[in-house]
Design a protein around this ligand. Structure first.
Ligand SMILES: Cc1ncc(COP(=O)(O)O)c(C=O)c1O
Length: 421
């Protein structure tokens, strides 16, 4: 058998370029200030030396945790020791992910839930009581508004909706019973962006807490806590998990404000299984890299569509033509992978033909994963709504929503080009 010759030096032969340098001091990091988002995403919350000397965190498949004897239970209770007791109250892997998410968000505390909706329900149930009022910007996720209007109302909580971005209407809707102001930024699918400092200031002036669902932005692109917002919520199902393979949700805030949310989660039980927690932790390791690609792909696709003769309008906050571009440019690092557009002079069927013509984009709801997705909101989310309702929500028949994934932007653009014909 022929041997392969190599001209590369072997490990023993390779000369260490620093071998002659005398350096009595240990190496120090060259960076100054806070670690960057990737360093945080990779390392935050993790013990340096882990069980079994493993570099990755173990998956703790435990529904319960053992005590050595009766006294150790009493010590745990009396001294509030930081250890696990029962799966519904916590899991060691969950603590790692919560610490990572809190560090990424710049928050004191993060509480993980089994989905974004479980996180929203957990936060609002923990914070609102009979007679309290909550005000939503009207472009918020329809299930979030539905939970408040159809379900929290049964417990005496009153929900008001005001036009997204109308800060005067928001302020006018506040009463002595108002406890929380809620918005998304950017919103879905119109991608309206909130002036976070103004939103937070209105809350502070009226002694009302504020919450931003920043699912579409992520902590890489938007910093609501730094702008003074009380709570930030994410459907971690999307960019944080990042691979279209898990459901999870998180709420971040101060330790003191999050204590009641954590307590209620322990009672309601909307917790993640250990494998799910590991998948989320694994997804977060590449968070910054993925977000950079989502941002690049989103902007490239939006610019392509804006110049296409078959496109009537594009909703993407990174485009100068977007209504909230100025706010977005001031507050966001990048604009994400979600791109919404209208097909020119197309009825619902002709629009569906564009969706069906895509070969790389897969037809599905959701966003934030590796695979690019395409959908027609009329069909996917508003099919059972009347034309009047769709008009009210701003969902025309010729609207298409894209969630640009991690593929190469040239391929995504070519795919949309052939689908548009
Ligand atoms: C902005 C936003 N918030 C919350 C949710 C709910 O998240 P989940 O599907 O993880 O329950 C969604 C889901 O699509 C969403 O788009």
């Amino acid at each position: 058998m022929a041997t392969t010759e190599t001209t590369h030096p072997t490990v023993q032969e390779a000369k260490n370029p620093n071998a002659d340098r005398k350096s009595p001091d240990p190496p120090v990091s060259q960076s100054s200030g806070a670690p960057g988002p990737s360093t945080v995403a990779v390392h935050a919350g993790e013990a340096r030396q882990k069980p079994g000397d493993s570099i990755t965190d173990p998956i703790y498949c435990a529904s319960t945790y053992t005590f050595t004897d009766t006294q150790s239970i009493i010590n745990f209770i009396e001294q509030d020791q930081p250890r696990e007791e029962y799966g519904r109250y916590g899991n060691p892997g969950e603590k790692v992910v919560e610490a990572k998410l809190a560090a990424l968000e710049g928050a004191e505390s993060a509480v993980l839930f089994s989905s974004g909706m479980a996180a929203l329900v957990g936060l609002l149930m923990a914070k609102l009581s009979q007679g309290d009022e909550v005000i939503f910007f009207d472009e918020c996720y329809h299930r979030s508004r539905q939970f408040c209007k159809d379900h929290l109302s049964r417990y005496g909580v009153v929900t008001h909706e005001v036009k997204t971005g109308d800060y005067q209407a928001l302020e006018n809707a506040i009463t002595p019973n108002t406890r929380m102001l809620v918005s998304e930024s950017p919103t879905n699918p119109h991608q309206s962006c909130v002036d976070l400092e103004r939103f937070a200031e209105i809350g502070r002036q009226h002694d009302v807490e504020t919450m931003i669902d920043a699912t579409l932005a992520t902590p890489y692109n938007l910093r609501p806590i730094e702008a003074g917002v009380d709570y930030v919520l994410h459907s971690a199902t999307k960019y944080l998990g990042g691979h279209n393979d898990l459901l999870a949700g998180v709420v971040c805030g101060s330790k003191q404000q999050m204590a009641s949310v954590r307590d209620l989660r322990g009672i309601m039980g909307g917790v993640n299984g250990p494998q799910n927690i590991y998948l989320l932790s694994r997804g977060l390791k590449t968070f910054e890299l993925r977000m950079q690609r989502h941002n690049e792909n989103g902007l490239a696709v939006a610019r392509f569509l804006e110049a296409h003769p078959r496109v009537e309008k594009v909703y993407y906050p990174g485009l100068e033509s977007h209504r909230d571009h100025e706010v977005a440019a001031q507050t966001m690092r990048g604009y994400g992978g979600l791109v919404t557009f209208l097909v020119k002079d197309a009825d619902w069927r002709q629009t569906a033909d564009v969706v069906d013509g895509a070969k790389i984009f897969r037809i599905a709801p959701s966003l934030g994963g590796a695979e690019s997705l395409i959908e027609q909101p009329l069909v996917m989310s508003y099919f059972k709504r009347t034309p009047e309702e769709r008009k009210k929500f701003g969902i025309p028949d010729n609207m298409i929503r894209l969630a640009c994934g991690l593929e190469n932007s040239e391929d995504l653009i070519a795919d949309l080009g052939q689908a548009l014909g």
